[in-house]
Ligand binder design. Sequence first.
Ligand code: AMP
Ligand code: MG
Length: 491
Amino acid sequence: MTTSFRFDNSFVRELSGLYEQWNATHASAPELLALNDELAHALGVEPAELRSPAGVDVLVGNSVPDGAEPVAQAYAGHQFGGFSPRLGDGRALLLGEVIDVDGVRRDLHLKGSGRTPFARGGDGLATVGPMLREFVMCEAMHALGIPTTRGLAVVATGDQVRRETMLPGAVFVRVASSHLRVGTFQYAASLDDPDVLASLVDHAIARHHPAAADAAVPALALLDSVMDAQAELIARWMNVGFIHGVMNTDNVTISGESIDFGPCAFMDRYDPETVFSSIDQGGRYAYGNQPAIGQWNLARLAEPLLTLIDDDLDVAVERATALLQRFPERYEAHLLAGQAAKLGLPADHRDVGELASDLLALMQRHGADFTMTWRGLRDVLDGSDAVLRPESNVVDPDVDAWLARFRSAHVAASVNVGDATAAMDLANPIYVPRNHLVEAALSAGTAGDLAPFEELMDVLAAPFTERVGLDRFAEPAPDGFADEYQTFCGT
Ligand code: AMP
Ligand code: MG
């Protein structure tokens, strides 16, 4: 099957030992549910080509395009703290690497394409709802300017999948700058052949962190660079109220892209202890724990790299530890940069940290909506004091004190109000994938009505631009929804 995709499969070429060649399970009656035209163009393919029956067969895995070499990738991972030495793509395949129109290498990947040698007890399948969900969430993140894997397509397979009930099956076609994970390094280090790990380090450096190649100790420089990418990523999540939900080491990329949007969700009311995932009983991956978990996951990346950091294990541990201890300060710097933008203040303004953390504390006290509160701050500069108390009549002198400090920080920084509010609108989204909207779109989609899903995708594609008639997309869930809401993983 010829397509316009230009494949060049460096992972398969360079890293034998880290995958199994494999083919997708045949889908009986594929039907394209969603296609990302803009991303198709970026990959050098006309959307019409992918909409044709032959194109849909490629997207669902029924035919292998020329140049592709499908593999199931091997990786290990710490899941909720416990180590699994062999996870791998149980229901996914890397079709190959496409060189896009800008010359950038990008993985083309299928999720839900059938059992692989890594499937363990799983059926290798995925259903329409969760695959549409991953599509919505990753494209929303992209529109928010947050590094993320992308969604190219969702294809219904025409086959039924057994979950609690029978559900329509689907394949999600994902695009990523790579699928290298912390767990890939954990797996490589467990093999008898040390050359595999060394090749993986070279491959990861060349692909994502090329400056590390020239460092005195490339493996340490790689760790440093991944640490920075992850610190920035998590800071960006925190600044939009995003909860990944399953920050296992197999879901942490070397590129710094968000990946594996299983049970993730955006928070409505601000509470750092918020957890949505049904399997996260202990709250390990609660909103407020994400930075600390990020640092823990980077320590798991350091372990397989130790032999390449120094021949003397004690020296290697010392150097890696010294580096990892700097995670909080890196994270803080990225967080503050984002908070300064959200507050409309210059990046180096000394009050940013305190203003932001005091605002968050007030949000928590008043059960305020995270997204609406940040977005509403612009109105404070325009003279409104409605922020943080849209519905309650409670008078809180701390809110007034905060508003006064916020206004005087702006006066002292002599930021022009018009410029500040315009800049704040670009840092504080009005439309995020709120759980109740996502759920409604997915239930309709599963039942065959894609209109709500398509409308939601349109709204989320421009999250910073307020548009008339879209008020309901900006509002929090009806009372009671968030208390009951749970998300599910591996579905
Ligand atoms: P995830 O929670 O999607 O990150 O997946 C964790 C691990 O479970 C990965 O190794 C997946 O490939 C595997 N997995 C999840 N669901 C299935 C399934 N239905 N069949 C086979 N493997 C699965
Ligand atoms: Mg995963």
